[in-house]
Design a binder for this molecule. Structure first.
Ligand code: ADP
Ligand code: MG
Length: 231
């Protein structure tokens, strides 16, 4: 075993939202460690804090208190610019609603995150093409999102999330807008990514299939981990 730090470590993670005069404890002193290479499922009913947790771990928002470490970096000490650099270089995001740019083709959607920092575009396009082939879309490179099925759109989004070879992939209800069978295929793809590349993956879901494939499932309630299991 190596003594490198875990991929993710959260300590006393707390997020309070103020709604009118009420304070909502979206996360309540949550502790979590995610070892490198783990496939972690985050389960819980709507409003239990799953998305908030993903936002904090993904450096998309600041916690009210507590700490998040990614690898050996403490996010608490970083300015927005540095957080944005971490998101751009080390984390891949997959969303329920795909978040593709409708006017761009599959290949353009996949490569666009790296365009601003790429001088020589041919190798980037080649890499985008290979990623799309890898998710089964080698024959859909020049289609726009409106010309693709939901499952195909999510495959494009997965390829986009991988364009910068992130060590950590965060997925928020990635199968939430897909039928059961298509959702199962998307999960297989994410699972394969974990097994073949060793990418650390955290998937938020209601879908029991996710928990079955994960190395570990944690259950959230009121912003706390109330249970965990290893399927
Ligand atoms: P989940 O993803 O498990 O459905 P969320 O993390 O989205 O849950 O939300 C957790 C709690 O925090 C909920 O009670 C929700 O209403 C509240 N919440 C989430 N985001 C905000 C926000 N931006 N402003 C106010 N309350 C929020
Ligand atoms: Mg959510």
């Amino acid at each position: 075993m190596s003594d490198s730090p875990p991929m993710v470590r959260a300590r006393g993670l707390t997020k309070l939202y103020r709604v009118g005069t009420e304070m909502v404890h979206a996360l309540d002193h949550l502790d979590l460690e995610v070892p490198r290479g783990e496939f972690l499922a985050v389960l819980g009913t709507s409003g239990s804090g799953k998305s908030t947790l993903l936002h904090m771990l993904g450096a998309l928002d600041h916690p009210t208190s507590g700490e998040v470490w990614l690898d050996s970096t403490n996010l608490a000490g970083l300015r927005d610019r540095e957080l944005s650099r971490i998101r751009r270089t080390r984390i891949g995001f997959i969303f329920q609603t795909f978040n593709l740019i409708p006017t761009l083709t599959s290949l353009e959607n996949v490569t666009i995150p790296l365009l601003p920092v790429t001088r020589n575009r041919a190798p980037l396009r080649e890499r985008g093409r290979r990623l799309l082939e890898n998710v089964g879309l080698g024959d859909r490179l020049h289609h726009r999102p409106s010309q693709l099925s939901g499952g195909q759109r999510q495959r494009v989004a997965i390829a986009r999330a991988l364009i910068h070879q992130p060590a950590l992939v965060l997925a928020d209800e990635p199968t939430g807008n897909l039928d059961t069978r298509t959702g199962g295929e998307i999960l297989s793809l994410i699972h394969r990514l974990n097994r073949e590349q060793g990418t650390t993956i955290i998937v938020v879901s209601h879908n029991p299939q996710v928990a079955q494939r994960a190395d570990r499932a944690i259950h959230l309630r009121d912003g706390q981990i109330v249970r965990q299991e290893r399927p």
